[in-house]
Unconditional design. Structure first.
Length: 422
């Protein structure tokens, strides 16, 4: 039995398509580099996760940072998602894209600023995930000043090792995140005594792109014991925020998202069974990564010594994951070809050796003018784009029922330079 294709990108008559839309046509209509997302793929993933967690009362608070484009947020809100935000800027995105979702927002992050706390109090968000005692004090003052009660969870650091890239692992004591779980009970006692603070939940997030269930299970087990202790201390803990971090397969290995998510969900549901808490989850990557690709055109090819280079019009400023985390992204030619395979580095025009999408990758020969798709770019692609080398941001299109809708127009140099003064 072949496993289902976890991506909406398939060849139809040798031409790569996204949920029925022809990528060659899209490149001609909208130019390149171009982010292309399938709405159906996002909807499917969301439904998959919701179905898997159906045994528990739960809310998916989509991690806005994964892909913060307004149309994506609106799409997720329409599927019943709340949001996990980490800044006042992300709060503003939710306000503009999905104001009805504001009561389902959780606010994470180690460095919340005063204006961000004020804006979130004003918006009556669901929960502040507090990461330090100093933040707790400030939140209490601001809530009092505004006559509000801030529901909080302490983000506890469970000291669990999650096997992932060191830059995106967060659940060890040496990381900057959260409050050590052994100290949490004391801090909750203080929180309970502070005016304007309602200790309503416990939260945890151990990292990102985690492929096994065990680290999630281990940390949730610790969270459950803490919730029981806190309740015995008289606190009314109603929420468990399990964070995000559930990973995907970036390579060609078989990956059945429904099966893997059901293993994750059944472990968590088992651990939280009978606790009577409302589960919040903060998935980002799992919902959007595989729904998107970055479409790019080959500018030049060249040979330097023994190395063959394919130079594309997309660069590390458009998709930084390979440069930053040595991340692997599959690359497909947009027109299937029987040209011979070739080992090449796929690189962008930016003046850094780190500006590569793939090194020593075997691909059918790519020639100047060809289009290629960098897969699994729906998460941490556009949201991490920069203007490095004074390159404008790519445009974005969303495929809905086979039709492409521009959801971000291509930036102009005037847009890019608009904030600068000479
Ligand atoms: N909640 C919190 C508190 C987080 O810090 C994150 C991600 C998430 C949820 C969502 O995690 P996800 O479900 O997407 O794994 N730029 C990196 C990933 C950074 C993740 C940061 N925090 C990458 O491209 O792999």
């Amino acid at each position: 039995m072949t496993s289902p294709n976890p991506r909406p990108f398939t060849y139809i008559h040798e031409r790569l398509t996204c949920s029925g839309a022809d990528l060659t046509d899209l490149a001609e209509r909208f130019g390149t580099p171009l982010y292309v997302y399938s709405a159906d793929a996002v909807i499917d993933r969301t439904a998959m996760l919701q179905a898997a967690f159906a045994p528990l009362p739960h809310t998916l608070c989509y991690a806005v940072k994964a892909n913060s484009s307004l149309a994506i947020l609106k799409l997720l809100a329409a599927q019943g998602c709340g949001f996990d935000i980490v800044s006042g800027g992300e709060l503003e995105r939710v306000r503009r894209a999905a104001p009805n979702a504001l009561p389902h927002v959780v606010f994470s992050g180690v460095g919340k600023q005063l204006w961000e706390i004020d804006a979130a109090l004003h918006a009556d968000i669901l929960l502040f995930n507090v990461e330090s005692e100093a933040e707790l004090e400030l939140l209490s003052q601001r809530a009092q000043a505004r006559n509000k009660i801030a529901r909080i969870a302490l983000r506890v650091n469970p000291d669990v090792f999650a096997e992932t890239h060191p830059y995106i692992s967060t659940g060890l004591r040496e990381h900057k995140f959260g409050i050590a779980i052994e100290r949490a009970r004391d801090v909750y006692r203080r929180a309970a005594a502070l005016p304007g603070i309602d200790p309503a939940g416990v939260s945890v997030h151990i990292g990102s792109q985690i492929r096994s269930v065990e680290p999630f299970a281990e940390s949730l087990q610790r969270v459950r014991s803490l919730v029981e202790d806190l309740r015995s201390d008289g606190l009314n803990i109603r929420f468990v925020d399990g964070g995000g971090g559930f990973g995907i397969e970036y390579g060609t290995a078989a990956f059945d998202p429904a099966a893997s998510v059901s293993a994750y969900a059944s472990a968590l549901c088992r651990i939280l069974d009978g606790l009577g808490a409302h589960l919040l989850l903060e998935p980002g990557r799992f919902l959007v990564a595989q729904a998107g690709a970055l479409l790019t055109r080959v500018l030049y090819t060249k040979q330097n010594g023994t190395k063959h280079f394919v130079i594309t019009d997309a660069a590390m400023n458009d998709l930084i994951r390979p440069a930053l985390y040595q991340a692997h992204h599959e690359i497909l030619p947009v027109i299937a070809t029987d040209r011979p395979a070739q080992v090449a580095d796929i690189v962008g025009p930016v003046c850094e050796t780190g500006d590569f999408f793939a090194r020593d990758r075997t691909l059918p020969e790519l020639l100047s003018g060809d289009l290629a798709a960098l897969l699994d770019a729906g998460a941490y692609g556009m949201s991490l784009a920069s203007h490095y080398n004074t390159r404008t941001h790519p445009a974005e299109v969303l495929i809905e029922a086979g039709d492409a809708r521009l959801i971000r127009r291509r930036e102009t140099l005037d847009d890019l330079l608009a904030t600068e003064l000479t």
